[in-house]
Design a protein around this ligand. Sequence first.
Ligand code: OGA
Ligand code: NI
Length: 360
Amino acid sequence: MAFTGGDNFNRESELKAFDETKRGVKGLVDSGVTKVPRIFIQPPDDDHLPQSNTPFDLPIINLHGFHSDPVLRNEIVKEIKHASRIWGFFQVINHEIPVSVLREMREGALRFFDLDHETKKEWYVTDSTKKMFYNSNVDLSSTLPVRWRDSFHCRMAPDPPNPHELPPPCREILIKYSKQVIALGCSLFELLSEALGLASSHLKDIGCADGLATICHYYPASPQPELTIGARKHADNDFLTVLLQDHIGGLQFLHQNQWVNVPFVPGALVVNIGDLLQLVSNDEFMSAEHRVVSSGFGPRVSVACFFTTGMVETGKVFEPVKELLSEKNPAKYRATTMKEFVQHSHSKVFDKSSMLHFRI
Ligand code: OGA
Ligand code: NI
């Protein structure tokens, strides 16, 4: 449903004018806006669910020793299983990506967003066939409030970009960080496979780790944070997401109809289950809806790595893993192709109802 902010303003022309500046939300903030333009204003009752008062204990899973110590590995698999079934979110520490690499990734993303306008606008594209593209919001033509953030997307696997296809201020770190996230993802898919009672390599073998999109988000401080949203409620339409967030915070996920904060833990990475893993695990693991609330402080920078081949929308078929099914536990989803799955989730603005389309 379209939200027009109460009066009849010409949303389309304001969106177009904003897009044509190629300056993103950062450009607005840098120009000193003190009032949020109408295209960003979200309906007052949007996502009006209570904030959790109970201190839910979002698990922080220590991965130390999972390679070498079978007893520790067993414990880690149990923790991952619990978190993936109940929460859809967890954090990992001792994940083998050095803190210096995390820091450099954040700083590299920041260096890109801080480029001067003339240089940065060369990367501004709305057509997503490129391996790297920067814009404010991918879906500016939508009727939904525009997110208070800018982003750049890099398709890092399969078929990684040539360095010159990536922006110089963060070229090297994007390549280095994405490689290390792929290695971490491969380990996580092993542990997740074991948590499902499958052979360690199962999820990798069906292609869960074949593709990676690395997306850097820049959420400027908002002059009226109660009117804006950094990221609307959505579930990720991938297998798994590995997210680097910073000290500003603001990420929340939905658990038992309450918004739960994902606290910033220095050196940790946030991991969340995507819809496609929910589908192949036949609802053993659940994706959780999440959002990013705006803050008067900032900028907040996050780097989200999505394990999916959805950017190339292949005809590869995904379905609930046969080994998990039985008479008592029949398939809850029909088979679908990556292409169909991604196209459908885009048409549904990424909320969890998009899964219903594939339910048997
Ligand atoms: C996303 C996302 C959260 C964040 O990119 O899908 O949920 O903290 N990002 O930026
Ligand atoms: Ni997300």
